[in-house]
Each structure stands twice: as structure tokens, then as C-alpha cells.
Design a binder for this molecule. Structure first.
Ligand SMILES: [Zn+2]
Ligand SMILES: [Zn+2]
Length: 153
């Protein structure tokens, strides 16, 4: 049986459960949660250098397709690491350490019915490539990537 779409407050309590397990001292009161109809990858975190605030965007398309159960918990686990780490860590070494520690998944799946590709550029070696999954590191030098945006196919 597939899980129905949870409410924002249900998502918040699931995020808190993950927080309690891995980051018991992390304050989530500055984290806003929204569900987006437009976001195609599983989730996104928006942070600001100037204000201590996080915006956690959850994709409705992605989770309606892949499920609001374990799959949403995987998304929340990925994004809570971004909330925990300083803003400039992206998917770098500290991120990879936390990912191992929390056994968060490396990639999010993509939605076959919504084919889209992102263009990525490595922050170190400038290698550029396209991918249909949420890439976290450069396949050549394993440094962090910048996502240059979506390319439709
Ligand atoms: Zn990420
Ligand atoms: Zn590279």
C-alpha cells in the first residue's frame, strides 16, 4: 500500500525523528518546509549567508512517483545533512563523511515520466557533464559540483 501525501506538520515530525537520531542538538525551528509542484529532483535546501534560515523544498512529483514512505525519509536524511553543515559544504568531504555516518543515499532516483537532465560543473577541475540523477560529486576528481541547471530532453 502506498503512503498518502503527508501534511507539512507530518513531514516536520518525520524530519525531527531523523534529527533526534543523528543530530540531537540541531535546531530546526528556523527550517521552513514547503512542497513544490515544480521541483523534479527529490528535495532542495535553500540557505542564506545573511540570515540563519533554511528552506526545505520537497518535490510532490518525485514522491508521488517514488512514494511518500521510505523514499521521503531518504530525502529528509539527505537534506538534514545540508541543514547541519555550514552553507558552503555542499556535497564536499564533510558532506560525504556525514552521508556515510547516516547511511544516506548517494543519489536520488529520477522520474522516468518526466525526463530531464541537469548540467553539472566541477568546482575544482571544471569538468562538465549532464546527468539524469542528482549528482553529488565529480566523477573525475570527486570534488563538489555546481548544478548549472536543467536541460530538457
Ligand atoms: Zn544535496
Ligand atoms: Zn572534478
Amino acid at each position: 500500500m502506498r503512503n498518502p501525501e503527508p501534511t507539512i506538520s507530518e513531514i516536520r515530525s518525520r524530519l525531527k525523528k531523523i534529527r533526534n537520531k543523528f543530530y540531537p542538538n540541531l535546531d530546526l525551528s528556523n527550517t521552513e518546509i514547503v512542497i513544490s509542484n515544480r521541483l523534479i529532483k527529490a528535495g532542495r535546501i535553500t540557505q542564506w549567508y545573511s540570515i540563519p534560515k533554511n528552506k526545505l523544498t520537497i518535490s510532490r512529483k518525485y514522491h508521488t512517483h517514488h512514494g511518500w514512505g521510505d523514499e521521503l525519509d531518504e530525502t529528509l536524511k539527505h537534506e538534514i545533512i545540508h541543514i547541519y553543515l555550514p552553507i558552503n559544504c555542499k556535497h564536499g568531504q564533510r558532506y560525504r563523511y556525514e552521508r556515510k555516518r547516516t547511511s544516506a543515499k548517494h543519489y536520488s532516483k529520477w522520474i522516468k515520466s518526466e525526463p530531464s537532465r541537469n548540467l553539472y560543473k566541477c568546482n575544482s577541475c571544471s569538468h562538465q557533464f549532464e546527468s539524469q540523477v542528482d549528482e553529488v560529486e565529480c566523477p573525475k576528481c570527486y570534488d563538489t559540483l555546481e548544478c548549472l541547471g536543467e536541460i530538457s530532453i
